[in-house]
Design a protein around this ligand. Structure first.
Ligand code: SF4
Length: 347
C-alpha cells in the first residue's frame, strides 16, 4: 500500500475480522452512547460484563433519566469514576426534556450533553448516525502519531489540532462508523502502547514511525506529575451493631457515602475530638489495618481505626447502617477495604 490508501486498508483489515463486542452488534444510539461513556476510562474487556447488565436495568433513556441516584450508582459500582454515572443521568434528563427521548443526530448537540467530549461525540455521531466525524481518543492518537512519525509532544493544543485534522481527513464519507471502530481496534489490538505488532500490521508499508524505527517510542508525552500522597485516618465508628457512614462533601467522590476520615492525623485523642466536631462522642478502640488507593493524581494511604460511640447521634448527611445495609450501599472503590474491616466487626 502507499500512504494514500490508509483508510481503505484499515477498513478491509477490520472487515476481515475483529473483536465481537456487544455494542458493535447494535445501531441503537442509546446503547452506543452508554458503551462509549463506559469505555472512557475502562478497558473494553471490563465494560463487557457491565454493559449488558446496565442496559437490562435501564433499557431506555427514560428509565435512566428517572432512576434513583443511589440505585444508579450501585449499578455503576465497579466501573469507578462515578462522575460519569452522574453526568450520564444528567444527559439522559436533557435528552428526555429537550429531544423527546432520542439522542440528537448532530455532532454539536451531542457535544453539548453532559459527559460527552469531542471524542465521545465523534464516536456516537459516526457509529450511530453515520456522520463523517472523527473520534480521536488515546488509541487513535497513538496510531496516527506513529503512522506520521509525529515526534513533538502530544497533548499540546497545536499537536492536538494537527492530529484531529489528520483524523478528520481520513474519515470516509460512506463508512465513518466502521472506520471509527476500525481505528479503535487498531489501537487496542495491533498498534498497542507497548510492543506494537508492526510485522502483522496492515498499514506497516506506509508507516513512517515503523520505517524510522521509532514507532515504539511514540507518542511522546509530557512527564506525569508525581502523585500527591495523603495520609488519612479512616474512622469506623460502631454503635449497637451499626457503623457510621457519611456523605462526602469534597469534590473528589463528592456525594458518595464514605466513612468519616481525618487528614494527616493518627493520635487517638485527636481522632475522637474530630468526631466530637460532628457531634459524635466515641472512645478509641484499636487500629484495624491499612489500605491504599491510587487515584490518577493522588494516593490515599489509609489507616483504618475502630471507635465505639456512646449513642447513635444524628449526624448531618450521616447514617448508622447495619451490616446488610453496608453491603448493599454503592461505596467508592477507595473505601472498600475499610468496608471489609467494618463487615468483619458487624454481625
Ligand atoms: S506499523 Fe506498527 S507503528 Fe505503524 S501503525 Fe502499524 S502497528 Fe502502529
Amino acid at each position: 500500500m502507499n500512504r494514500k490508501n490508509f483508510t481503505q486498508t484499515i477498513l478491509s483489515w477490520y472487515d476481515q475480522g475483529h473483536r465481537d463486542l456487544p455494542w458493535r452488534r447494535t445501531q441503537d444510539p442509546y446503547r452506543i452512547w452508554i458503551s462509549e461513556i463506559m469505555l472512557q476510562q475502562t478497558r473494553a474487556e471490563t465494560v463487557v460484563s457491565y454493559y449488558e447488565r446496565f442496559l437490562a436495568r435501564y433499557p431506555t433513556v427514560q428509565d435512566l433519566a428517572s432512576a434513583p441516584e443511589e440505585e444508579l450508582l450501585k449499578a455503576w459500582e465497579g466501573l469507578g469514576y462515578y462522575s460519569r454515572a452522574r453526568s450520564l443521568q444528567k444527559a439522559a434528563k436533557a435528552i428526555v426534556s429537550q429531544y423527546g427521548g432520542q439522542l440528537p443526530a448532530d455532532l454539536n448537540m451531542l457535544r453539548a450533553l453532559p459527559g460527552v467530549g469531542d471524542y465521545t461525540a465523534g464516536a456516537i455521531a459516526s457509529i450511530a448516525f453515520g456522520i463523517p466525524a472523527a473520534a480521536v481518543d488515546g488509541n487513535v492518537e497513538r496510531v496516527l502519531c506513529r503512522w506520521d512519525a509525529v515526534t513533538e509532544e502530544v497533548g499540546t493544543p497545536a499537536v492536538r489540532r494537527q492530529i484531529a485534522a489528520r483524523a478528520q481527513a481520513l474519515v470516509p464519507r460512506d463508512r465513518p462508523g466502521a472506520f471509527a471502530n476500525a481505528m479503535m481496534e487498531m489501537g487496542a489490538t495491533m498498534c498497542t502502547p507497548k510492543n506494537p505488532k508492526c510485522l502483522l500490521c496492515p498499514v506497516r508499508e506506509g508507516c513512517m514511525g515503523f520505517a524510522q524505527g521509532i514507532a515504539q517510542e511514540l507518542p511522546h508525552k509530557a512527564k506525569k506529575k508525581a502523585q500527591r500522597v495523603e495520609n488519612r485516618a479512616v474512622l469506623l465508628v460502631f454503635c449497637d451493631n451499626r457503623v457510621l457512614i457519611v456523605k462526602r462533601q469534597e469534590k473528589l467522590l463528592g456525594g458518595l457515602f464514605v466513612f468519616p476520615d481525618v487528614l494527616e492525623e493518627s493520635d487517638p485523642a485527636k481522632l475522637c475530638r474530630a468526631l466530637e466536631e460532628i457531634g459524635v462522642r466515641a472512645a478509641y478502640d484499636e487500629k484495624l489495618g491499612h489500605a491504599r488507593h491510587v487515584f490518577t493524581h493522588l494516593i490515599w494511604e489509609m489507616d483504618v481505626h475502630a471507635l465505639l460511640a456512646d449513642a447513635r447521634t444524628e449526624v448531618p448527611g450521616g447514617q448508622w447502617v447495619t451490616r446488610q445495609e453496608l453491603a448493599a450501599l454503592p461505596l467508592p472503590t477507595a473505601v472498600k477495604a475499610a468496608r471489609a474491616f467494618a463487615m468483619e466487626r458487624l454481625t
